[in-house]
Design a protein around this ligand. Structure first.
Ligand code: IMP
Ligand code: MG
Length: 428
């Protein structure tokens, strides 16, 4: 058995795709365990860049079994659009399985994502993909699962039940038109038929693979600071991007997970609302945003930018059990006279080293910065730590020292070839 989790250690968009891509080459399975088409990752196939939101990152590699796990919320429309898109770019999808127990995103989930948000005085800034409402229905136990789409009678029953609630809310609370049962029923029944060849008991498959000594990569979406339980609630997503989410979302025992690689950028970014103690509103932020093209892949929104936050990174390490750190976008920090790292916060005159739970406390937190010398060299072709200018190397070393994790990889550019791997990532 050999397994590892790749988890975003900040607020998503840490560049997980590149290391996932690299590790997928040597994987037997790549498993998405949480979230849905709110994520967005870029894959490279035959020199072309491909964007997917739901399908796991190993899809371009025919030897890899890709799995959409039970913890994922699946929008079938997106899934088939992605399968068609991949086919049009020369990637035939024969290596995908979807958990029979995964929840389905229904048209009313997207509708409610907008309606619910419109009533909130404090907007979360969701991606409007219906992610939150789909997880809500799962917990309310009126969700529809992939297996239900394969059985016309079950689908009829579940959809009737769900729509009876949704239509009451739509008409009486939101003053909208009710949804029509028949058209949704027919559409989703057809998805079920199309899905049939992909549907499997994926927990069974993954455990069997682990028993046979195969390599399983659990691919996280979003980031640990957006975790529903451990993130900056309520400004979070509705699933568990933490590594523990891989055990639950894939259906494997926690002892099956060996290595947990936390991926972070050497600065911070976040889309949507919520606390962000090291956020910058100055020229530095705009320089970083422009250099790194920090605009959302899914929504196109400009991302909020700030200096690297070690307090948040240590929080991510703790709640997720990170064993290694991948640091991305080192090239983006080239050209600054000095670079800053927040090592603690000052809250009401006290120095604290933990991430407060309270939104109001977080808003009052003043980062305490360590300022390190910058570097101006173009580092985009550096392959090893020794190739880096001394100041850039010192910066990476200091970050790893502060977080107390070994460096798994560092990246000096957006390209796949710009990710430099240090040492062994798979444990075997
Ligand atoms: P939701 O996941 O669409 O419900 O959005 C909830 C919050 O998570 C919003 O602030 C989104 O911007 C953020 N979010 C969701 N998915 C991603 C992602 O893949 N990258 C970064 N932020 C995300
Ligand atoms: Mg992304």
């Amino acid at each position: 058995m050999s397994s590892l989790v790749i988890a975003g250690a900040q607020w998503g968009d840490e560049g997980k795709g590149k290391i996932t891509d690299f590790l997928s080459q040597k994987a037997d399975f790549v498993v998405r365990y949480a979230g849905g088409d709110n994520a967005g990752h870029t894959l490279v196939h035959a020199g072309q860049k491909l964007h997917v939101q739901l399908i796991p990152s190993g899809i371009c590699l025919p030897h890899v079994q890709n799995v959409i796990g039970t913890g994922v919320v699946v929008n079938p429309k997106t899934l088939f659009a992605e399968i068609d898109y991949l086919a049009a770019h020369g990637v035939a999808v024969h290596n995908l399985k979807v958990s029979s127990r995964a929840q389905v995103i229904m048209p009313y989930h997207q509708l409610f994502d907008q309606l619910q948000e419109s009533l909130k005085s404090e907007k979360i800034g969701t991606t409007h993909k219906g992610i939150g409402p789909a997880y809500q229905d799962k917990l309310e136990r009126i969700g529809i699962r992939i297996a239900d789409l394969l059985d016309p009678e079950t689908l009829r029953l579940r959809l009737e039940q769900a729509l009876s609630v949704k239509n009451l809310l739509l008409t009486k609370v939101y003053e909208q038109e009710p949804l029509d049962f028949d058209s949704i029923y027919q559409e989703y029944l057809a998805y079920g038929e199309k899905l049939r060849p992909y549907v499997a008991d994926t927990s069974y498959l993954i455990n069997e693979a682990l028993d046979a000594g195969q390599r399983v990569l659990f691919e996280g979406a979003q980031g640990i600071m957006l975790d529903i339980d451990h993130g900056t609630y309520p400004f979070v997503t509705s699933s568990n991007p933490v590594a523990g989410g891989a055990a639950v979302g894939a259906g494997v025992g926690p002892q099956r997970i060996q290595e947990i690689i936390g991926v972070a950028k050497v600065y911070c970014s976040r889309v949507g609302a919520g606390p962000f103690p090291t956020e910058l509103h100055d020229e530095t932020a705009q320089t970083i945003r422009d250099t790194a093209h920090e605009y959302g892949v899914v929504t196109g929104r400009p991302r909020r930018i700030g200096w690297l936050d070690i307090v948040a990174l240590r929080h991510a390490k703790r709640v997720s059990g990170l064993t290694q750190l991948s640091l991305n976008c080192l090239d983006v920090l080239s050209g600054f006279e000095t670079v800053k790292i927040a090592t603690a916060y000052e809250l009401d005159g006290q120095v604290i080293d933990y991430y407060p739970a309270s939104e109001r406390d977080l808003a009052r937190c003043q980062p305490i910065y360590e300022e390190l010398p910058g570097w101006s060299e173009d580092i985009t072709t550096c392959k090893t730590l020794a190739d880096l200018p001394a100041a850039a190397r010192a910066y990476l070393n200091r970050v790893c020292e502060l977080v107390d994790l070994p460096l798994a990889t560092f990246a000096v550019g957006a390209d796949r070839s710009a990710t430099n791997v240090l040492g062994q990532l798979w444990r075997d």
